[in-house]
Each structure stands twice: as C-alpha cells, then as structure tokens.
Design a protein around this ligand. Structure first.
Ligand code: SF4
Ligand code: SF4
Length: 522
C-alpha cells in the first residue's frame, strides 16, 4: 500500500502544471480510498496539489524540532540573517527569502541582539521593495448569514442572538457612497458562507454595484474578495467580474485543530479549504492572499505552515501569495479570546511579522484595525505594507452615523477615522497610498513581482502613491491633514529618480489641485 501511494504521489506531482491538473482528478479519486492512511503517512511535497502533502504535518514537526535544536546556534542564525538581507543589483534590488526551516530557526531564536537584527533587516526589506508607502483599504461586510460552525467567529450558525443581515443592492450602494465619501478606493468584501443567502450570483451582483458607483470624485478601483473556498468555476466568475486579490484565511494549518474548530458546515473539509488557492489560480486569479488566525494553535506551527503554503504556490504556479494577513483572535459577540489558550503577546506578534517579512520579501503584508494604534505603529516598521483605516466590521456599518455593534465580526481596536489614520501615517513618515494602478494596468501575479524586483518602484509606485494621496487631500482631508499632506508630497516628489517621471507627477498633482481631473497613474 505504501509503495502504491508513493507512485500515485509521483504521478500527480512529477509533470507540468497542466498535466498535474489533469492528474488531480486521480488524486481526488484516491483521496477517498486512502484518506485514513494518507492522514498518517502523507509525504512532504511542495509541488503536490494535495493539502496533506504540501502542508505536511510530519515536515512541520521536523521543522519545529530542527528550529528548537538550533535556536542558539549563532553561526547558523548569522548565515540565515545574511541570506535574508536585500542585495543591490544593476537594475534594482533582490532578496532570496528564506525557506520554512530557516525562517522557523529565526522565529525560535530568543537571543535579544539577533531579534534586533531581524527587525532591522525586516525594515530594510520593507524600504527596499515598498519604500515608505502604506496602501490603505477598508473591509465591506455584505452579509453575516453563515452555515458554518467556526468556534472563533460570531457569525457561526449556532449563534442565535446575533441579528442576521444581508445588504440589498441599494444598501450596497449606500455603503459604497459612505466609503467613497471617506476617501477609500480599495475595498475587501466579506460575506459568510451560505449557498442560499449568499450564492456566488449575489457576490457578483455586489461587485458590479460597487464598481458602478461614482459619487462626486469618488470611485472604488479595486475590489478584493474574502469569501469561502469555492469551485474553479466560481473563481473564474470572480476573475471575470474584475476582482483584485482573492483572500482566504487558513485560520489554522494544524489539521486536527482545524477539524475541531470547524465542527460543522462545508468549511469542516480541511483539504477543500487548504487547496482553495490552487483552484483560484486554476480559475485565473493571479493574486491570492493568505492568512492565519493567530491564537487558535501554537504559533510556531502556524508560522511554518504559512511559509510552506507560500512555497507551495511558488513551486506550483510560479508566483507566491500577493498578500499575507496576520490577524489575532479578538473579542466578539459569543466569542471570548480567553477560551483559546494559544494567544500570543505583542512581542511574539512583532517577531512573527518580522520573520514573515524576511521569508517572503515580495509579499504584501496586511494589518487590520483588530490591532491597536500602538501595535500597528510597531508592525509598520517591521514590514507591513497595507493597513485598513476607518473600518466598520458590521453589515451596513458605514451608512450609519454612529458605529453599530450589533452585527460586528470583531471588536475594532483602532477606531480612528480614515482622516486620522492618514495623518498618523504621515506623522510617522509613511506615505499613505490609495494606488490601484497595477491591477488596472494588468500588472498582476508575476508581472507585479517583476515590478517589485526591477527597481522601478521609485519611478512607478512612488509617483502613483503621491498622486492618489493628492486626490485624497483635495477631496476628503481635513485642513490639518491637507497641510501635512502637501508638505509631504513636496518632500517625497524629490525622491523620484527619473526627471521626466518627476515632472509628469508634479504636473498631474497640480491638475488634481486645480481641477476635477482624477485617476492619473503610471
Ligand atoms: S469565519 Fe467565516 S465561515 Fe466561519 S462562521 Fe465566520 S463568517 Fe462563517
Ligand atoms: S504601482 Fe502597483 S505595486 Fe506600486 S503601489 Fe501601485 S498598485 Fe502597488
């Protein structure tokens, strides 16, 4: 039986991607037959399309053992840190990234000077590939109907005291207008899994509505989608609807815990959930966003699983995750974070963030308003490149004058307005960016990565960030934010290396200030 399994694994993984997809049906067939045995004896293979093989429990345990044995091995740690550093090339800057084993050694290391060095390198990488820009977005909750039983989420089916709500298209419009009036250009839509209340047609209608709203000078230029794992056919429909990133949090990579934390509903199927990004990519979606919910399982296990997932995407599809989110379990209706005994301190959280930055240097990192201003401030220095701002996590929350709490998915720790977040970023020398140019110019997947590596970031992202910031300042900012913003734009324009690009950017910003012309981009 063992040999048969090895042969099947080999057949599934040893050919080109196209052939691999064809052979996938064989894997699915065998999955039923060998399920019990495979749970015990799956063999690690980053190129496999089977979750038990690319997120392999035995490999993670071996990794954690190796990391524990080497956590004080200074020579090894120094060599890993050396490998992680960004290196200048003739055309730009490159970074090797780290394997899950190397990154796990750093995460296990408790030597204070080495941790400081990790933080320093994380900041260097962030500046090399993202500069001092921070992309801003907001979540938009469409529906909290859900048929799943996730133990950490207030929308779970058995929660009978949370009001259930689903926006109709008029209400979606009202939410989008409220978001545009704040200054948002990029949204992440969220909905529970419920084939009856939230079928794919409903999600597609909402996307169409969102892109169709043009209120005053506002528009939403990129809709990222955070919905349950689905079929290749549905991912294709999402791609055709023009979504940006498809985001799906793994929650936990630990299979036994996953099954316990998701006792009922379609999400209970660990393999179907974990293999979702492969189906999304098969459906034509180039940009996918990973994430785990820290606090559910031991963080070292989750970390290794997360990096292995990134390695798997790179190995199979030739492009890693577009983003990684780092949420922690938070208080919510019917949910007490104290019930999850794997909570992590702010210090460990910072170390995880820095180690992710070192391991996957080209991947955007997202921190939401789940975290306080102080935590966000620290993580921004360690590699985070995107933040949400002015968020409301209830269904229909933006159109309400006062922040509603009845349908919130989690308590928002950072409750500042978008204007306050924008000003705070600038006061900390980060350029708030509302740029969506790559998506609009078709620079997704590996084309986006090439931009990252080409050294053209300062000639492309930087002017785009400044032009979109000027739009924000002109249309939505308070007088104080506007003043700080234009001072920053004047300083930052000087950093654009190419004279021609600098002149065009300055001219466009002048037009934004003196007219209603918008949406300039490189
Ligand atoms: S985490 Fe998602 S799938 Fe689970 S109960 Fe909440 S909304 Fe539903
Ligand atoms: S140009 Fe592309 S990579 Fe650069 S900030 Fe804009 S969207 Fe991001």
């Amino acid at each position: 039986m063992h040999n048969t399994f090895i042969i099947i694994s080999y057949l599934i993984t040893s050919t080109t991607l196209k052939a691999r997809y064809q052979k996938r049906s064989l894997a699915v067939l065998m999955h039923g037959i060998f399920y019990e045995r495979r749970f015990i004896m799956a063999i690690y293979d980053p190129k496999s399309l089977c979750a038990d093989e690319f997120i392999n429990d035995e490999e993670i345990r071996e990794t954690l053992k190796y990391a524990e044995e080497n956590k004080n091995n200074v020579a090894l740690i120094d060599s890993i840190l050396q490998k992680a550093r960004p290196r200048k090339t003739e055309t730009g800057c490159v970074c090797s990234g780290l394997t899950h084993r190397e990154a796990s050694v750093l995460l296990a290391c408790d030597i204070p000077e080495k941790i400081e060095e990790m933080y320093k390198i994380a900041e260097e990488i962030k500046l090399a590939f993202y500069g001092n820009r921070i992309v801003i977005f907001a979540p938009l909750y469409l529906s909290n109907y859900c048929v799943n039983g996730c133990l950490y989420c207030p929308y779970h089916l058995k929660n009978k005291h949370i009001p259930r709500k689903k926006l109709n298209q008029e209400e979606v419009r009202a939410e989008v207008i409220a978001l545009q009036d704040m200054g948002h250009k990029r949204l992440a839509i969220e909905a529970g899994e419920d084939p009856k209340n939230n079928p794919i047609e409903y999600i597609l209608d909402c996307i169409k509505t969102i892109y169709g709203v043009h209120h005053k000078n506002g528009d939403i230029r990129r809709v990222n989608v955070n919905i349950a794992a689905t079929t290749v056919e549905n991912y294709r429909k999402l791609k055709e609807a023009g979504i940006g990133t498809y985001i799906l949090f793994q929650e936990t990579y630990h299979k036994e815990s996953y099954l316990r934390l998701h006792p009922t509903g379609p999400k209970h199927d660990y393999n179907y959930h974990t293999e979702a990004m492969d189906r999304a990519m098969e459906g034509g979606i180039d940009d996918v966003g990973l994430g785990v919910l820290f606090g559910l399982e031991l963080y070292k296990y989750e970390f290794a699983g997360l990096i292995m997932h990134a390695e798997h995407l790179e190995a199979v599809h030739g492009v890693g995750p577009h983003t990684i989110s780092v949420p922690r379990v938070k208080k919510a209706d019917d949910i007490d974070p104290e019930e999850f005994d794997n909570g992590i301190s702010d210090e460990i959280f910072a170390k995880i963030t820095a180690c992710i930055r070192l391991a996957v240097p080209y991947t955007g990192m997202i921190i939401s308003t789940r975290e306080t201003q102080a935590v966000r401030e620290k993580l921004l220095r360690l590699g985070v490149s995107q933040v949400s701002g002015g968020s409301r996590t209830s269904v229909g929350g933006y159109a309400e004058k006062e922040r509603p709490h009845d349908t919130e998915q989690f308590d928002v720790s950072d409750q500042r307005s978008l204007d306050e977040v924008v000003r705070w970023l600038m006061e900390n020398d980060h350029v708030p960016s509302f740029c969506t140019a790559c998506y609009r110019e078709g620079r997704t997947g590996d084309r986006f990565m090439s931009l990252c590596k080409s050294g053209q970031i300062l000639n492309c992202c930087h002017p785009n960030a400044l032009m979109t910031l000027a739009e924000y300042l002109e249309d939505y900012a308070s007088p104080e934010t506007k003043k700080i913003g234009y001072e920053m734009i004047e300083r930052e324009l000087k950093k654009i290396p190419k004279d021609k690009v600098r002149e065009i950017a300055a001219r466009n910003i002048e037009q934004i200030r003196s007219s209603n012309r918008r949406d300039f981009r490189f």
